[in-house]
Design a protein around this ligand. Sequence first.
Ligand code: FAD
Length: 382
Amino acid sequence: LSADVLICGAGPAGLVLGNMLRAEGIRCLIVERQSRAHVEQRARAGFLAANSVRILTENGLADGLHANGLTHDTCAFRGDHGEFELKYSGLGRGEMHTVYPQQDLVRDLVKEFLDRGGEILFSTEVSEIDAEGASLLLGDGSRLTGQFVAGCDGQHGVSRRAVPARVYQRDHGISWFALLAEAGPSVSAVLYAMHPNGFAGHMARNATITRYYLQVPKDFDPRSWPDERIWDELRLRMRTDQYGPLRTGRFVERRIVHMTSHVMDPIQHASLFLAGDAASLISPSAAKGANLALMAAETLAKALAGQINLGDSVPLKSYSAEVLPRIWRAQEFSHWMINLLHSPSGNDDDAVFLRSLQRARLESLRDSRAHQDHFAENYVGI
Ligand code: FAD
């Protein structure tokens, strides 16, 4: 055996799982297609829910996050209706986000995993997984064998293909131009702006980097607009003439994110267990992907440790049944957020009807304390 648990992918799911298993003395090996430098610089998520901070803290993985993360507790909605803010730390369960860039979290997790005696094969691609034989076929034709395999290789990985599951998927028909700007925050809140040209979002990452989103057509070329054209569109949709200017800077990342979701059911087969984006992809509208990845990694780590160290097979057998309802809750909220943030342009009856629903939804969120509590619980919760 190469290890007790073979983990495919060194993203948040695979690394949290690996660290928790090492803490239980379980031998595990992570195989990662990219180099260490690549995964430690890959900017993606930033908003960690209270449950994610708990998982990282309880498992000794949160030193960097507590030293350098920023707490965040307010979001604002701007549009035809005007603007309102929700300070969600005073709503629902009183939870808030911690903003800590995913690449910094991954760097911390890699270091800790190696310090705990784990092994990572970087720049090594898994080309096939044998779920029955608990083995990984590597790109060079060699094979690694374990007792269990964890498929944590994201939405484009190979592990999903090795689980004979039904895949429920949805293309929401919306695309976001995701940008990272070398610019400090322009407002203190996460800002969701609704405009006839489409949605625009502002989410500060730290004092010098801000993520922006612009809704764009599906076939939009991210290189087709010069920086100034992008800033003009952000200013227009964020109505800066009414609400104040944006702090600008160079764009250091431009990518297109399509709003698609999928959920596999089940997310386990024989000795193979999926976690993170490999098990379910969620649209980034409510910033839930990394948080779901951590939730599943914690559940799987406990189940594997129970099986390997105590011979208790029950948690592992019910892994899918335990995790899937929580995935669906997050999917439901994320889908609701998509409908809150986007509406069709044009003046035909259907477009006007949907825009009127969007406005009614926003007004309800602005005016109803019960609605705000529900929003806060789901926005920060997993
Ligand atoms: P990944 O992070 O994708 O890691 C999978 C790993 O497997 C990768 O390192 C990959 O290289 C490796 N791999 C793939 N195939 C193979 C193979 N064949 N062999 C070996 N290795 C392989 N989520 C939030 O919670 N909050 C946010 O604010 C947020 N913002 C986001 C913004 C953007 C622009 C994007 C794109 C995503 C965002 N997300 C957010 C989602 C979040 O980044 C993902 O859900 C998260 O990375 C999932 O973690 P994972 O470990 O499952 O997969």
